[in-house]
Ligand binder design. Structure first.
Ligand code: 16G
Ligand code: ZN
Length: 545
């Protein structure tokens, strides 16, 4: 078949280094950029097949998010803007690891298994981040799609959530919005301006926000968006990519892990600051107090702020919709307790990784999901959106209810429901703080985080650790969970768990307790248990103090 002839020829331009095997992990393929050319070409092929199979547009994003600039990666986006399904993740790995001479065989195998009609047209949207390697790597994706006769639309430099948005807009025939960058800015800014109309007497100081763009794509896109916000938000952008290196000493991951401000940010006392990650799908907030103390407002604090605001609006609108917050084991114990005991919202815990949280959130009328690392969004079920729209049109709705319903409607429009989106989340947070007249300190005071510590342990094979109960308990190796349980009992308000990382060859350890010293000590003791019971390699973990 001529179709496969072209694939065969073109694949020689994107050869696979012999013996190299990679896996489609939690966030797609991710490794040093020099190992990815063949992967990109093959993901172009796979996206084309996925498009033919689903009769929809599929997205391919070239990025390695918060990883160092030298790395790169690729993720596939399914028709409604969600992550590609698990079965196709398997195909991605299968295709990626096929040696050069068996590529066509594996391709045909997928076509057969999925019963794909190759005469169907295919359409693939492609985007990339600002890494120098993204230029040629996204070209390799384009080559893959065109060699199977698929149509491409290259959006060039976009944030990951912007590409998710485009894919969803396209496959809903514009119902979700118009699939252009301009359409994205217009939809979000209109909703933001509508919301901030409800915030009275805001001073310029209150409109000011310091944004760390991680020297990445988020900074470029924030610059483009600024005029649309008509000074209702006065962004002071640092790490805008003009001089610094991507994610180096800056960005959401750096701030969250190091628990300190990024370089290059001039923070005044109490000033609201936030950091994006390298592809702008994560955000964390922070400020320093008058004593120079750094305060982090992470994904848990964001989920709490947004869910509290939404719950209040539901009450005012007299809408009986179930709201739930989805977290992972990393959520600070204080946040879970506050949400359950004070806010009385349903809290559900899933495994780490956006797709798990996203699926869990789909089960509720309103599902607010955030990982502590700042990735998250809010999902509104179709039925919930319909109820809100109907109430809006109902002539019997009184003014107070109408105001709440209008706020809900604008909030829905402001949220990127396809995936966590730093720009959209930032605008939601800014709007909520403005409407409620809250400062960063007021927000921080909602509850106090339990001191915590994250460590990693290198073992010879991290797969020996198997977990259950949303990664909160280890079922293997034998004796590990019993040891953790015993150690946790030694400390007050303590909790600890271990899990194999999905993105690095390490075991992650998390501990929290009533004081930082206890959290550090517990994390160390649990690390030692992992080292001893799960085949640790290298030096034994040392105490932190
Ligand atoms: C990936 C995930 C993120 C998760 C992280 C955990 C996506 C898009 N990203 O970056 O949600 O928090 O992995 O990494 O799913 P770990 O398994 O190495 O701890
Ligand atoms: Zn990211």
């Amino acid at each position: 078949m001529a179709q496969f002839e072209k694939v065969s020829q073109k694949s020689k331009v994107h050869p696979k280094p012999e013996g190299l095997t990679l896996q489609y992990g939690t966030a797609g393929f991710r490794t040093h950029a020099t190992h990815l050319d063949h992967i990109m070409f093959r993901m172009g092929l796979l996206a084309t097949l996925r498009s033919k199979k689903t009769k929809s547009t599929i997205g391919v994003m070239v990025t390695a998010s918060h990883n160092p600039e030298e790395d790169n990666g690729v993720k596939l986006i399914d028709p409604m803007g969600e992550m590609v399904t698990v079965v196709w993740e398997g195909y991605a790995t299968q295709l990626a690891n096929a040696e050069q001479d068996s590529l066509l065989k594996e391709l045909k195998d997928i076509i057969k298994k999925e019963d794909i009609d190759m005469s169907e047209p295919a359409s693939v949207y492609i985007g990339k981040d600002t890494r120098p390697s993204s230029v040629s790597l996204s070209q390799a994706v384009l080559d893959g799609v065109s060699s199977l006769g698929g149509k491409t639309h290259d959006y060039g430099l976009v944030t990951t959530p912007q590409l998710h948005y485009m894919v969803c807009c396209c496959n809903t025939n514009g119902c979700y919005g118009s699939p252009t960058i301009e359409g994205y800015y217009q939809k979000l800014s209109q909703a933001f301006l509508q919301l901030t109309q409800n915030a009275l007497n805001r001073t310029d100081d209150q409109k000011r926000l310091l944004v760390d763009g991680a020297n990445g794509i988020g900074a470029l896109k924030m610059r483009e968006m600024e005029p649309f916000l008509r000074s209702e938000l006065q962004v002071v952008l640092s790490n805008d990519g003009s001089s610094g290196k991507l994610n180096h000493m800056c960005g959401a991951d750096y701030v969250k892990v190091q628990q300190k401000a990024p370089q290059g940010m001039n923070m005044g006392v109490g000033e609201r600051c936030c950091s994006f990650d390298g592809d702008a799908d994560r955000i964390v907030y922070y400020y320093t107090d008058s004593k120079g103390c750094f305060h982090l407002l992470d994904g848990d604090k964001i989920a709490t702020l947004i869910s509290t605001y939404l719950k209040e609006l539901l009450t005012q609108a007299e809408l009986n919709l179930q709201i739930a917050v989805v977290q992972t084991a990393y959520a600070n114990g204080s946040s879970t307790r506050y949400l359950e005991d004070v806010m009385k919202v349903t809290v559900c815990c899933t495994k780490t990784g956006v797709k798990h949280l996203h699926h869990a959130a789909q089960e509720y009328d309103i599902g607010v999901y955030f990982e502590a690392n700042g990735h998250g969004t809010v999902l509104f079920s179709k039925a919930a959106q319909k109820q809100i729209q109907e109430l809006m049109k109902d002539p019997n709705t009184n003014d107070e209810r109408k105001r709440a319903v209008k706020l809900l409607e604008s909030t829905i429009n402001l949220i990127n429901q396809t995936v966590g989106d730093a720009i959209s989340d930032m605008l939601v947070i800014e709007a909520v703080l403005a409407i409620r007249g809250m400062s960063a300190q007021d927000w921080d005071a909602i509850y106090t985080d339990l001191p915590n510590r994250q460590l990693k342990v290198t073992v010879s094979d991290r797969r020996v650790i198997d977990t259950t109960d949303a990664e909160r308990r280890a079922v293997s190796p034998k004796g590990l969970q019993d040891t953790i349980d015993m150690l946790v009992k030694k400390y007050k308000s303590a909790r600890s768990f271990v899990r194999p990382s999905g993105t690095e060859d390490v075991v992650r350890v998390y501990a929290e307790a009533d004081t930082q010293e206890s959290a550090d000590s517990l994390a160390h003791e649990v690390s030692l248990a992992v080292y001893r019971l799960a085949g640790g390699i290298g030096d034994e973990p040392k105490p932190l103090h």
